[in-house]
Write a protein that binds this ligand. Structure first.
Ligand SMILES: [Fe+2]
Length: 456
């Protein structure tokens, strides 16, 4: 019999049931001996505090969930991101930030520019710092061994915001990112060694949502869809999904920033499309090849769910970007509903052969993971049972070959009402998980994560 207190099965519709430090997890199968380190993932796990439910999951406080593969077993933890703003709210006993706060406080926040660092979108590991990210606020540093929150960090350069999608270029040993202040964009470089620095900026053609970007060893590329902010609604409304207007005839703005001269950004409009996530980009003579998951519309904001995009079917595209002729022409590489892409981290900013993608239940497809071969078009895939709810697969390299490694992907099993992490051999996805690591609860949906190797 279902427990009457058990929350419904939409993964974005329940609060975390149990917050816990690292504890031993049950494992079905045998974890790979070579897989040592920790997976960290974050998502909107605290949808209700102070007896008040947030109107949109993007607003919720972050919950970081980790799985550690060690010599003596596999251990897991789920802890909230307790930024100073979060603690201020705990002390006050009510929401003080975001649309859940009382209107006078929201007006005060708007005047003073105060935003809560929820850390609910992504994690970055940089120079030994584990940082929880949300795109409109400062990063929050966590203790990687305990998930204790340490402090918000600006590293001496971040103005007010640090996007949740930093992009590394392996050949430059540098992670790039941006921060958005209305139409103004700040660009940052976080090298593997030495201090972080601001490398430039540009003004976008409108104030809208920008979730991701991509970088090569010579350029930074944005595709700014016409999801334009409605300032009054954002000021007085409560549901974040209503804060943006999809201006379908406005086109999508392409912005190309040369790394050797960031002040000379090229901007032009192309056909209207939306992108949540880029895959990778690389230089190809005078052309920049840009891979991304292309959406026709912006509708997914209204109902983000790990069951799949509800209002559009993203497809894997490759675009040829010519910054001189100002053209951006693309074609679908794979026409299956797919999102949350990744490549071997050693190939970022360079031509990759393989792209790993989350697949969604659809005709002929299951919730799971696929490896798309960009050279041959071949697909190797594994699907969980149709009613399991998956998230972004993370590729962990192991070996010299681009496809050598492991894929880590979390699912909710509705029958067991537990979450599990599937560990797959990236060379043979179709064989299915080599092992499954079980949490004792259903972990709320996570958006993104990072694997940090032992000692890395
Ligand atoms: Fe994202």
């Amino acid at each position: 019999m279902p427990n009457r207190n058990e929350p419904p099965l939409d993964t974005l519709d329940h609060n975390v049931q149990r917050v816990h430090a690292f504890e031993r997890l049950e494992v079905d199968g045998v974890p790979p001996r070579a897989l040592r380190g920790s997976l960290y993932r974050t998502g909107p796990g605290l949808l209700e505090r102070f007896g008040q439910r947030v109107a949109h999951p993007f607003e919720a406080d972050g919950l970081v969930t980790a799985v550690r593969f060690a010599d003596d077993g596999v251990f897991g933890a789920s802890r909230p991101v307790e930024s100073p703003d979060f603690r201020e709210e705990e002390n006050a006993g009510r929401y003080l930030y975001s649309p859940s706060a009382a209107l006078p406080r929201r007006l005060l926040n708007a005047m003073t520019g105060r935003v809560k660092s929820t850390g609910n979108t992504n994690l970055l590991s940089w120079q030994g710092h584990l940082l929880a990210l949300v795109e409109n606020a400062l990063p929050v540093e966590l203790d990687a061994s305990t998930l204790d929150t340490i402090a918000t960090r600006d590293f001496g350069v971040i103005d007010t915001a640090f996007s949740a999608h930093p992009r590394r270029v392996e050949s430059l040993k540098t992670t790039f990112n941006f921060g958005q202040r209305g139409r103004e964009f700040d660009l940052y470089a976080f090298p593997d060694e030495g201090p972080a620095r601001r490398i430039g900026g540009f003004s976008a053609p409108w104030f809208g949502m920008v979730h991701d970007f991509i970088a090569t060893d010579r350029h930074i590329v944005f595709a700014i869809g016409p999801a334009k902010l409605k300032p009054l609604t954002a000021m007085f409304g409560t549901d974040l999904s209503t804060f943006f207007r999809w201006d379908r005839n406005a086109g999508t703005a392409i912005v190309v920033v040369p790394l050797d001269d960031p002040g000379r950004a090229v901007q032009f409009l192309t056909e209207t499309f939306w992108v949540w996530h880029f895959v990778n980009a690389f230089e190809d003579g005078a052309i920049i090849q840009v891979d991304l998951c292309r959406h026709d519309t912006f509708g997914a904001l209204a109902a983000p769910s790990s069951a799949g995009p509800q209002h559009s079917k993203p497809e894997l595209y490759r675009f040829a970007l010519d910054p001189v002729r100002k053209t951006f022409r693309g074609k679908a590489m794979w026409s299956a509903p797919c999102e949350f892409p990744s490549v071997n981290p050693r190939r970022t900013g360079a031509r990759q052969r393989y792209t790993w993608l989350q697949t969604f239940p659809d005709a002929g497809h299951a919730p799971g993971v696929a490896r798309f071969d960009c050279e041959t078009g071949a697909v190797d895939a594994w699907g969980a049972p149709q009613d399991h709810l998956g998230v972004e697969p993370i590729f962990v390299p192991d070996g010299e070959g681009e496809g050598d490694g492991w894929v880590l992907q979390m699912f909710q099993d509705p029958a067991r009402r537990q979450s599990y992490l599937a560990v797959l051999d990236a060379r043979r996805l179709a064989d299915g998980p080599q092992c499954k690591v079980w949490f004792r609860q259903r972990v709320p949906m996570t958006f993104h994560g990072v694997f940090v190797t032992k000692g890395g």
